[in-house]
Design a protein around this ligand. Sequence first.
Ligand code: SAH
Length: 353
Amino acid sequence: MQEKLDVKSLTITELKELLIGWGEQPFRAEQMFRWMHAAKVRSFDDMTNLPKQLRERLNSECRFTKLKEAERLVSEEDGTSKFLFCLNDGQAVESVLMKYRHGNSVCISSQVGCRMGCRFCASTIGGLVRNLTASELLEQVYEIERISEETVSNVVVMGTGEPMDNYDNLVRFIRLISAKEGKNLSVRSITVSTCGILEGIGRLSEEGLPITLALSLHAPNDRIRKELMPTASLHSISELLAACDAYYEKTSRRITYEYSLIQGVNDSVSCAKELSELLSGRNCHVNLIPVNPVKEREFRKSKQEAIQNFKNILEKNRINVTIRREMGSDINAACGQLRRSYRENDIRNGEEE
Ligand code: SAH
């Protein structure tokens, strides 16, 4: 059987082509787009200004992407909510809503699982299952808006998955969520984090989409980086920094360098000095993330004193640095662990049957 057409992943222009092919009026495309992306209705039947026979055809030939909430953890400390969403095919993804004074931010997943293999990351343990479609990326934001009745003003693509490994759907997602007829989110309010897919960084700089790019650096030199990240063997830090410099040149968007602090691995004074030298003279921002321990791995969070010391050394070298505020630390199972425990339960239940 042929896959049904995923209309929520289509641009207005593509919708127009589809509808014209069906013998419909082209203006129906914008109507449909507004229903899906601005009004965020839950079905084709809710698109009340479309003729009944068009709604019927949509129902029979097209897919209306929806996510189903399977679980929600809400922090008692700061209201951060972590959602586990079921997809059409029974897979699940995690998304997080963080409430800040300056607005609501949602962290979305870009893939089911991940194949990048970073040693300290839980999301990659079971490997990659599949890419998420543009509509599945969008629905993580839309469904959180529906459930929470809040407006999301920032999106960070920092959940499970490597966004650059799902490049076409990522770019499609950015164009759709920022479309003025839809959610109309400012492109500048979107951050995409990558483990360092060189080709993706280059392509993204040519898209005319001034999003914030975050590079997962995690080490001041290639030797340590290779211990932590298999992808470090593909591209050297100097190649990645050159690509980030070019991105900055093109977009004027300051790069964020992420650095997870792991006790005894990358948190020494000499690492801080080496990192300062590496980034010196760059208009960038370093985000220090005390590593979130993953039960399958032996990495430990750096001591508070080491974290502060690391930050001070960077600051002394005039590098713009923050320590990531730990949101919802009471529900802060490391990224990807909610999905993993859900799958383990699934597997256990399956075995019992
Ligand atoms: N694949 C992308 C985006 C997903 S991960 C990337 O690698 O950038 C988002 C960020 O969280 C990355 O910087 C990643 O290295 C980091 N991260 C993953 N697991 C972590 C953990 N256990 N503790 C702290 N940071 C972690």
